[in-house]
Design a protein around this ligand. Structure first.
Ligand SMILES: *[C@@H]1O[C@H](CO)[C@@H](O)[C@H](O)[C@H]1NC(C)=O
Ligand SMILES: *[C@@H]1O[C@H](CO)[C@@H](O)[C@H](O)[C@H]1NC(C)=O
Length: 223
């Protein structure tokens, strides 16, 4: 039997000082050097009070960026002192955490090999990291990544090819998606958050939802 625990961290519910949220909504991230026309003064995603027209600079309609992490137990995957990545999902803003989202938004950008795309875009160390921390429970990492990109990544308005610098390599949109998902994961070290308050994976101890949620809330403010 396959067993996994799922942890869903909704970033827009966090403090507005959270830097990766600002990077998504205002798009000042280092990944897109040369595309600085967004500036740093627009509203953050899901916090706008008027309709935003430049969706290269404002993530919509999926402005609530959700980072989902796994704890796999059977089989166990990934390092023993870290959760692993499931994905990064642009969920709808209307009702925070209602779980609705657009999916499979552009089949013309379903790439045949994410591994190839990352290599073509000079992301070999990212690829190495993903093979350790973004792993499929059945060992088919490549299919898992293709699925996450096609289902969720193609729905992100800010990384559509028309938003990328002129002359970008094919697959630069996906390379950006995977880099940002990994950066976000590294900024949300759930294992450390929980173990810092004595919550570690166990086959005998149980933890209530409230205990877990409070520990993560406290840690995201502390770290
Ligand atoms: C925020 O901007 C998006 C994209 O234009 C729009 O769909 C949404 O209605 C806006 N929200 C508000 C409250 O104006
Ligand atoms: C893919 O995932 C598995 C874990 O399921 C991992 O052991 C393996 O090293 C990963 N990489 C490759 C290239 O298979």
């Amino acid at each position: 039997m396959i067993s996994q625990a799922l942890l869903i961290l909704a970033l827009s519910a966090l403090s507005s000082a959270t830097p990766f949220l600002a990077e998504f909504s205002r798009f000042s991230g280092s990944e897109l050097v040369g595309r600085t026309s967004c500036g740093t003064s627009g509203p953050q995603t899901c916090h706008n009070t008027t309709a935003q027209s430049n969706l290269c600079c404002f993530e919509a309609p999926g402005g609530q960026i959700v980072q989902v992490q796994f704890w796999d137990t059977n089989p166990s995957t990934g390092p023993t002192n870290s959760w692993t990545i499931h994905g990064l999902w642009p969920d709808h803003c209307e009702t925070l955490c209602d779980g609705t989202y657009d999916s499979n938004c552009d089949a013309s950008r379903n790439y045949a090999s994410i591994t190839q795309v990352l290599q073509n875009n000079g992301k070999t160390s990212l690829l190495t990291y993903m093979n350790q921390y973004w792993v499929d429970i059945n060992g088919d990492n490549e299919s898992f990544w293709e699925h996450e990109w096609s289902k969720h990544g193609t729905c992100m308005s800010t990384i559509k090819p028309t938003c990328l610098p002129a002359g970008s390599t094919t697959g630069a949109d996906a390379a950006y998606y995977f880099q940002r998902a990994v950066d976000t994961f590294q900024n949300l070290p759930t294992y450390q958050y929980l173990s810092a308050v004595g919550i570690t994976p166990s086959t005998s101890n149980t933890y209530t939802y409230t205990t877990l949620a409070n520990a993560i809330k406290a840690s995201t403010q502390r770290f």
